[in-house]
Design a protein around this ligand. Sequence first.
Ligand code: PAF
Length: 285
Amino acid sequence: MTIIGEVAAARAFCETARAGGGSVGLVPTMGALHAGHLSLLRRSVAENDVTVVSIFVNPLQFGAGEDLEAYPRGLSDDAALCAAEGAAAVFAPTVAEMYPAPPVTSLDFGGLSAVLEGARRPAYLSGVGVVVAKLFAVVGACRGYFGEKDWQQLAVVRRLAADLSLPVEVVGCPTVREADGLALSSRNAYLASAERAAAPVLYRALSTGVKRIEAGERQAPAVESAMAEVLAAEPRLGPVDYACVVDAATLERREPLVGELRLLVAAQLGGARLIDNLPATVPPP
Ligand code: PAF
């Protein structure tokens, strides 16, 4: 496995792979790899001739006061994991290599970026859009693998690829969870042990909401109250940013609930801001 630091070298590596008839899979990450990332990597290795893992803590997607400096970094451990899983290359550019000049381009995804994470973290989805567009431009035609854990990010990346006719197939992969339901995240490293014990409350709240829908509830506020009640019972949980159910593709509210839905939760727990989501489907009457 090769570690590439330059944009030109990454582009040449992927062009050579395609010239030989190979397909390229891209797994974009910010490093601090865990089993969730490895599930994306394994899927890409299974579905493509060549897999490139990008490791880049993208400053554009962090707002003032967020955890850009604290974000866990460890390139040599990450590269060893990628090699063990069969990646052909790690693309780990410096900030100066990715952004020789501070980018002035920003991206607005309309209603998709106005809500949920976008409403609370104004830099996040535009920053993700710019870096993912750039990674797709460097890597070229490929399949790109993204976790469902960041559901709104996945929705935005799908629209980015479709709206700009990028030569990319966006592949969403299921969230990987600990045995108690906590979704894997690099930010779980910020949880002290008592907070870690409390963290599965997000999954319990989402599961409660899904059960209410499965039991026939069709009003979003009733589902959302049921989720809020579960969250409120955990005293260690800090402010809850949202606990809601929306259309899975547009992220708009649906009244009554019908079609492919997504239940999403975000809350502060000690030093970590946690997000999670689950699907629910209501067939049309
Ligand atoms: O999900 C992430 O790790 C990041 O947001 C991504 C997609 C690698 C863009 O920096």
